[in-house]
Design a protein around this ligand. Structure first.
Ligand code: COA
Length: 184
């Protein structure tokens, strides 16, 4: 049953995240992703990237109810076309607020803002049980491999090994295998 408590949702650009908020966000991520505590104890995103912005839901008392971060990555195609993409990270809703459509709302806001910034595509990597969740929200599984690279030579073995993509405009997602890099 939806909780009566009001929550506020805001888009926070990275330059507005001070030390205290950074620590609060990392504490939330450590709690929601206990298996990845070693990552979130020191930073909020994967593979040396910084968020561009965070979509944050908070209760009236300031406690975090939900979180989504957007990091920029570059994808390159088999034909060496390159696109900057919005990479969705840290999708999480506090257990007491689940089932109210909050994750959908946070992801929609993150995608709207990414579209406004000018990205054509969003991507994410998730685990198999979450594929159905993201499919419900309009995300698609690529036909061909999508591989994350640490640098130009070293592929990353992803713990979340189901890549998905979302088309932010009418422009179709490129076919063929896709490499994902930190921006360069
Ligand atoms: C996954 C998670 C973010 C969902 O948050 P939520 O606020 O309860 O999700 P919503 O209420 O917005 O659900 C949106 C839709 O997905 C469905 N859904 C929710 N969780 C689902 C799941 N685990 N599997 C499949 N579908 C799911 C809902 O039924 C709803 O569908 P509908 O709109 O067609 O009725 C939340 O359970 C969570 O934080 N889990 C732990 C962290 C995690 O695994 N994050 C994902 C990292 S990739």
């Amino acid at each position: 049953m939806p909780s009566e408590e009001q929550i506020s949702v805001a888009i926070i650009p990275e330059f507005e995240v001070d030390e205290a908020l950074d620590a609060k966000l990392r504490a939330f991520l450590c709690e929601l992703f206990p298996n990845w505590e070693s990552i979130f104890r020191t930073r909020r995103t994967w593979h040396d990237a910084k968020p561009i912005f965070t979509v944050l839901a908070t209760n009236k008392n300031g406690a975090i109810a939900g979180h989504v971060a957007i990091v920029e990555r570059t994808i390159s195609t088999e034909w060496n076309c390159r696109y900057p993409v919005a990479s969705v990270q840290g999708v999480s809703v506090a257990p007491s607020r689940r089932g109210e459509g909050l994750a959908r709302k946070l992801i929609d806001m993150a995608l709207d803002e990414s579209r406004r910034i000018g990205y054509l595509y969003a991507i994410l990597f998730c685990r198999e049980p979450l594929v159905q969740f993201y499919s419900r929200l309009g995300w698609k599984l690529p036909y061909d491999p999508m591989i994350m690279w640490r640098d130009r030579e070293l592929p990353i073995h992803m713990q979340s090994d189901y890549p998905m993509y979302y088309e932010l405009t009418q422009e179709p997602f490129p076919g063929g295998s896709i490499d994902v890099h930190n921006p360069f």
